[in-house]
Each structure stands twice: as structure tokens, then as C-alpha cells.
Design a binder for this molecule. Structure first.
Ligand code: UT7
Length: 321
């Protein structure tokens, strides 16, 4: 038994924050942001919108595309680094919003790799025959943990949610997934806040994303090419067989470096970083949905999904769409 993608969906909050607006908030320029990151705009959740609200909208769109309803789901997996609250976990809150009872509700925390970690978990459930339909969602309100006075980070992040409905299938589907992490790089990208650290509250417990961007950049470039090659090797497929690269959308220069290592022209790479910024766990499923809905990705094509983020964590998946 395998799993296959039956439908995808995404949700982006209405409010768009442009580089021009950021120029008025911190000492930066549209030119710097575009040339160093590729980002032109990002969406920001409304004050009353929570990560679970974004996840819910993306899930509805994915289920509609798959032609199923919430009652068909037998597993819910979420990836997020900005949950509404400590618990109930995001998957439980989403389950409640969907009006579903009884399914396992698993929340994965692997920062920007959260969706790929979640996809891999769900795929393994389905391969063992435990679920016919699973919902996997990556959702974030990174704007809530962004220090809007720091130009080092505030120009980078955005909010959004992407969702995939997986369906049990006798043919793959998800051909292979490959996950990894190296906790020794934890201090390159982190949020210092957490319940167990509040004893007493440390001075740097500000609740914001901290990143040594340049060092993360170098590890990302070094790791991501390898991550793509690892999953291809696992599946016994060559890089020339990949139709589309759907990378984590953190920085266009990192994406270009990965594409180059795969000998893939940029026309075969789905890019949303210009419109979404870095949306962490939401970035890959939103990019996937964009290219499926605009008709670029066709049934039968081979997709390479990959992500990299805090932890440091990384993951890749080869998907026959
Ligand atoms: O999603 C999880 C994984 N995250 C990533 O993959 C992000 C990886 N890192 C990056 O994308 C890049 O490192 C950044 C976009 C964060 C930064 O780009 P960079 O080319 O590595 O720049 P840098 O940090 O080396 O900074 C270059 C210069 C510095 O000035 P000096 O020291 O050369 O005078 C910074 O102070 O750019 C300055 N700078 C800015 N200037 C204008 C940093 N941020 C800004 C800004 N506007 N927003």
C-alpha cells in the first residue's frame, strides 16, 4: 500500500505587506530585500486570525479538491512552529474546527521542515494500511514571533497555510521520503521562549525568531543538494527524471543553488518566495498548490519537495503526482 496526493489547498491572509512598507519600518530597501532574498511581498494574518484558522481554510480547499469531506479523514497531521497555544495541539484544534471526532491528531514541530516531516509520518501510516485518507497541513503565523524592529529578520517572514489530502493507493504516490536533523546547529536559528525555560524567565526570552542568517544560508546550501540526492538514491531514480522542484521558499539564492546542483533549469522550479516570503512549514504545500492549480504540475509527473529549517532540520520527498 502507498499514499498519493488526492488534493491540495492553501490559504493566505488578505493583508499584504510590501517591501515599500518595510522601508518605512526599519532601515532597509526594496532593492536589498529583492536582491538578497527574492522577496517582494508577504501576507500577514489579521489580529483575530490564528494558525488554526489558516490551517482550517487550507484544509477545506484541499478536501474540496480531493472530493472528500472531513468525515472521510482517518488521520490529521499538522506541521507548525507557531501553534495557537501549547495544548491542545494544532491538529486537535483543527480536528475540532473540522467537526471530526476520534482520528489521531499529530502535531509535528520541525520548524520549516514541519510539512515534510508531517508528510513522511502520514505516508508511513498509510503504507501500513492504517488510514484511507489523511490530511497533512503546514500552517504558520510567523508574524507573531517576528521582531518588527529587527531588519535582520522582519523582512523575511510571512503567514499562510498549505494542505494536502493523501489517499491510500496501490501505486505510489509518495515514492520516498528522507528526513534528517542536526541539533548541534540549534543556536543558528531559534526562538528562545518555552514553558520549561520560564524558571526564572531568562533575559533573552523575547519570543522572537533569532537567526544567524549567513551561517544558516551556508549550511542550507550545503545540505539541500545532498537532501535531494539522498531521496533520489533511496528511490533509485535519477535527477534527470524530476519534472518539478518544489523547494522551501526561504531565499531565492538558496533555491537557485539547489536547482543548479540538480541540473534543473529554473523554469522547472516552483517559486513563490516573491509573493509569500518565508512561511516556514506552510511554504512547500502552498507552492505545491500554486503550481497544481495554475496547471503547471500535471498528473503523472515526478515532484521533488524539500525543506530546511530550525533545528536544524531538513526533509525531502519524491512524489509521483
Ligand atoms: O527558513 C529557514 C532557513 N532560513 C534560511 O534559509 C535563511 C538563510 N539566510 C538568508 O537567507 C540570508 O543569510 C539573509 C537573507 C538572512 C541575509 O542575507 P546575506 O546575504 O547572508 O546578508 P548578511 O547577513 O551577510 O548581511 C549583509 C549586510 C550586512 O551589512 P554589512 O555588515 O555588510 O555592512 C547586514 O547588516 O546586509 C545588512 N543587512 C541589511 N541591509 C538592508 C541585513 N539585513 C538587512 C536588511 N536591509 N533587511
Amino acid at each position: 500500500m502507498y499514499s498519493r496526493i488526492a488534493g491540495t489547498g492553501r490559504y493566505l491572509p488578505e493583508r499584504i505587506l510590501t517591501n515599500a512598507e518595510l522601508e518605512r519600518m526599519v532601515e532597509t530597501s526594496d532593492e536589498w530585500i529583492r536582491s538578497r532574498t527574492g522577496i517582494e511581498r508577504r501576507h500577514i494574518a489579521a489580529d483575530n486570525e490564528l494558525t488554526s484558522d489558516l490551517a482550517y481554510q487550507a484544509a477545506l480547499a484541499a478536501m474540496e479538491a480531493a472530493g472528500i469531506g472531513p468525515q472521510d479523514l482517518e488521520l490529521i497531521v499538522t506541521g507548525t512552529t507557531t501553534p495557537d497555544q501549547i495544548f491542545p495541539n494544532l491538529a486537535c484544534l483543527l480536528q475540532q474546527k473540522l467537526g471530526v471526532h476520534g482520528t489521531p491528531a499529530i502535531a509535528v514541530e520541525a520548524a520549516c521542515s514541519g510539512f515534510l516531516y508531517g508528510l513522511s509520518v502520514a505516508d508511513k501510516f498509510m503504507r501500513s494500511g492504517e488510514a484511507k485518507y489523511a490530511l497533512v497541513v503546514g500552517a504558520e503565523t510567523l508574524s507573531r514571533i517576528t521582531d518588527w524592529t529587527s531588519r535582520d529578520t522582519c523582512v523575511l517572514f510571512g503567514d499562510g497555510a498549505g494542505a494536502v489530502v493523501l489517499e491510500a493507493s496501490e501505486t505510489p504516490g509518495i515514492v520516498a521520503t528522507h528526513l534528517g536533523a542536526d541539533g548541534h546547529y540549534g543556536d543558528l536559528l531559534y526562538v528562545p521562549t518555552g514553558p520549561s525555560r520560564r524558571n526564572p524567565v531568562p533575559a533573552r526570552d523575547d519570543g522572537f525568531i533569532h537567526m544567524r542568517g549567513n551561517e544558516v544560508f551556508k549550511v542550507a546550501v550545503r545540505t539541500l543538494g545532498g537532501v535531494a540526492e539522498d531521496v533520489l538514491a533511496k528511490a533509485g531514480l535519477g535527477k534527470d527524471e524530476v519534472d518539478w522542484l518544489i523547494p522551501h521558499q526561504a531565499n531565492i539564492r538558496i533555491i537557485q543553488a539547489t536547482a543548479k546542483r540538480l541540473d534543473l533549469p529554473m523554469e522547472r522550479v516552483v517559486l513563490t518566495v516573491q509573493d509569500h516570503g518565508n512561511t516556514s512549514a506552510a511554504s512547500v504545500p502552498m507552492a505545491l498548490d500554486v503550481a497544481i492549480r495554475d496547471g503547471r504540475i500535471q498528473r503523472g509527473q515526478l515532484l521533488l519537495l524539500e525543506a530546511f529549517g530550525g533545528g536544524l532540520t531538513w526533509g525531502s520527498a519524491l512524489v509521483r503526482y
